[in-house]
Structure formats: structure tokens, C-alpha cells
Design a protein around this ligand. Sequence first.
Ligand code: NAP
Ligand code: MG
Length: 493
Amino acid sequence: MTEIEKRQDRSPVPSAFDYAPAPESRDIVALEDRYGLFIGGEWVEPKSGEYQPTISPATEETLAEVAYGGSEDVGLAVESAREAFDNGWSDIAPSERAKYLYRIARILQERSREFAVLESLDGGKPIRESRDVDLPLSAAHFFYYAGWADKLEYAFPNRKPQPLGVAGQIIPWNFPLLMLSWKIAPALAAGNTVVLKPAESTPLSALLFCDVVHQAELPPGVVNIVTGDGRAGAELVQHAGVDKVAFTGSTEVGKEIQRTVAGTDKKLTLELGGKAANIIFDDAPLDQAVEGIINGIYFNQGHVCCAGSRLFVQESVYDEVIAKLKRRMGTLRVGDPLDKNTDVGAINSREQLERIQELVASGAEEGAEIYQPPCRLPEKGWWFPPTVFTNVAQSYRIAQEEIFGPVLSVLTFRTPDEAVEKANNTPYGLSAGVWTEKGSRILSLAQRLRAGVIWANTYNRFDPASPFGGYKESGFGREGGLHGLAPYLEFDE
Ligand code: NAP
Ligand code: MG
């Protein structure tokens, strides 16, 4: 008789698992009541005199008050970055610069739990993601670019690479620390100094990063952080003392920035929105593909510029894929970002929630069929359940516009040609996914899809050595790899 049959206890075998709460402790994070600006290695009061609260989107509680820098503050930050550039940073031994970057990378690793909790508190993303994705990748970017800092001559042979000067960097709220790392690590490795403006709804990890800068004993003024809203961003872009503007955010603001910079000798890179196609062929391993679809659109609540927000399924496997997808969606746990079991956290802000709701309403009105698995949303805070739309036409707004939320639009195709044509029918061109057994088909699609990053039989994979960036309205310039280093250098050729 087997062990199981011998079992005396007749209690019912559970048919569904309820997860007990597994919250990560907040105690590891010490917040100030109020934060100033970080300029010249010091905390300073904003000349603007303005402070605004930053809120936890999961509870609507105020976490801290944060300075809103104005024109004078941006001016002081740029001045301090210029001074640091002229008086040392640009001509210290490159191996010294590398030393600071390695230090920052190691400190980020050591303090990763603290950063992960803070990132989830301020931004609403699940702790599992901030802990396992945002933090390791942030540290990896500093390690990676630390490695290049003293090898620029080898990275760009016979081109005499030189730093540009002061970089003005503006980042969004979806991956606050990771976007900071993508910006600051290559800029410093190349010998520039920076003024960075975080997004207004997620400033706290950038402010904690100032503590890392202190701990690493980075010379004052090499990194300056000016918190605030779009006004501070606009001041930074148009400041005459800025040599290079690096922006990640919406296409709308990106266009405005491009207009401001036009006619000046400032260098510019833009990482903007996306509406990526995730294409499933009938020979793909469907269970794995469904995991890729889930990861592609529900990772970080869909607040991902490269999210696989348009799903293209080959008609012969359509019913099977949709059935599997809906079943898998039912297992996603939506709720407390600090709970280690949570898959989908809070929507980053009320404004973003309203944008998602408006687009979802338009999808239903235009005639698409909506499905949301049953799930109980917390009463306080901003939430949106995982959503899938079927019966979507290419002309619908939900197939054209970036929703930047946990909302997937499903379309179908019959042939590879049709898949390519439909996938490219978008103003964006940031990323795409292809799922098929055939290597030759992967290579052929990769050539024909107009997207900066193409994943095959996987999705949302990042590596500091691999360049990331877009075509068309997704922007220009690349971040990551040597491609991401070049925009921070000029060459004497
Ligand atoms: P956003 O409004 O463009 O904001 C991005 C940043 O720019 C924020 O720090 C924002 O400040 C600042 N800003 C706003 N107006 C500005 C102006 N006139 N001049 C200079 N800076 C200004 O974008 P979002 O809605 O926060 O972010 C979501 C968008 O970013 C999505 O479209 C997404 O696709 C895109 N994104 C792209 C990538 C990529 O790598 N390609 C990565 C992440 C996100 P405040 O928000 O503080 O006011
Ligand atoms: Mg916040």
C-alpha cells in the first residue's frame, strides 16, 4: 500500500490554495518628513520654496514631502555639475572613475532590500519585481559601465573619445531607480557630470540614491538630483549650461523637448512610448508562450514602455491560446505591493488610473469584448484588474494608443506576412516578441519588424550589455551596451 492510501486523516484535500499574507517589513526604510534638493553634494532648500507630498499609490498615505525645484534651483544644479566637471571629474584617471562606479554598484547590492521596499512603497510595484528585477539590474548597470570607464579607447578605437560636459537627465515613474541607473552609470563612466530630475510621483529612490553617492564618496557636484514636476524638467532641457539631454518618458513630451533643443548644439537621446506586438505562431510552445504573454503585459502593471500590449495570435491556435490565457489570468494575485505573493500591484497614480479607465471604456464602446478575471481589489489606493480585449480591430484606440496599464488587446493573423504588416502598423517601434519553433522564421521576422528590441520565445528580458531603444515615435538613441555609452561622448575623428 502506498503512503497516500495509508493516510488516516480524512480532512478534505484543498482544491485551491489561498495564500496567507507574506508582507515584507517596511522597517528597513527610514523616511525623512521632508527632502530638499541634492546639489553640490549637499541637501539644500529649494529657492522656489515649494514642497509637495509623495504618496503611496497602494494606500494613498503621504510618505514624505519633496522639494519642487524651480528655474533658479535647476540653474544652481547645472552650475555645480559644471564646476565638478571642470575641476576634476573630467580629468581624473579613468580607473578612479571606475572605482566610484564599482562602489555605487556594490552599495546598491548591499542596500538592495531597503531600495526594493522603498521602490514598492512609493511606486506601487510588487516587491517581487523590485527585489528581483529593478534592483539587480540597477546594480548590474553600474557594474557594467564601471568596466568600460577606463577602457574607452578600446571601446571606440582610434576615435579619441571625450566626455561632453553636463548631462541633463529626465526619467519617468515606472522604473525609477532602474531608469536612474541607465542614465547615470554611462554618463559618469564617460566622464560627464549630471543633473537628474526624477518623476514627481516616484522621487524617493533617487533621493535615497543621494545617500549612496555620499557613502561612495563621489566628489560633490558629480551627481545632482533636482526633484519636481515637468516645469523643472523643461528648465533643465532649455538651460544653456547643459551639453546633453537624455529623456525617458512620453512621446508627447519627447517631441516638445526635441523642439526646444533644435538649433542648439545640445546632444539628445529620447526613449519614448511603445505599443509592442507579441506574435504567437501555431508551432510555438503554447504554455510557455502564455507565460510570455502574461509577463509581457502584466509585469509592473503594464507600466512598461516595451510591454507586449498587442497580442497577435495565429488563427489556428486562437481558441486554445485565449482559453489558456484566461485561465492563467485567473491565478494572478492583485494587491499589496509589499506582499511577496503579489503579481500585480497598484496603479502608479490617480491620473494614470483615469487614463487607463478612459481607454478601456473606449475599447468597449468601439466593440471589443472585454474579459477580467474575478478579483477583489483593495478599497484604498489605485487599482486596475488584469484585462484582456478580444475582437479588436486594428483601428481601435486600444490597438493604436499606448495604455500603459494591465490591458492587453488581442488580434489575429494567418500568415507571417500578415503578422509583420499588422505588427508594423503603429506609430511606435520600441520592441516586439516572436514565438515559434522555427529559427529561420525568427530571423526573418526580426529583420522585418520595425522595432529596436525583438525577443524570441521570451519577453521583457534585459541586460546591461544589450542596447535598448526605439524607432519612429518610440524615439532615437540607445541605452545599454556600447551603444548606450556613445551618446555621452564626442569623438575627435
Ligand atoms: P512624461 O509625462 O513624459 O514624464 C516623463 C518625465 O518628464 C517626468 O519626469 C516628467 O515630470 C518630465 N516632464 C514632464 N513634462 C516635461 C517637459 N515639458 N519638459 C521636460 N520634462 C518634462 O511621461 P510619463 O507619463 O510620466 O511616463 C510614461 C511614458 O514614458 C510612457 O509613454 C512610456 O512609454 C514612456 N516610457 C518610455 C521608456 C523607454 O525607455 N522608452 C521607459 C519608461 C517610460 P513629472 O512627471 O514629474 O511631471
Ligand atoms: Mg509616489
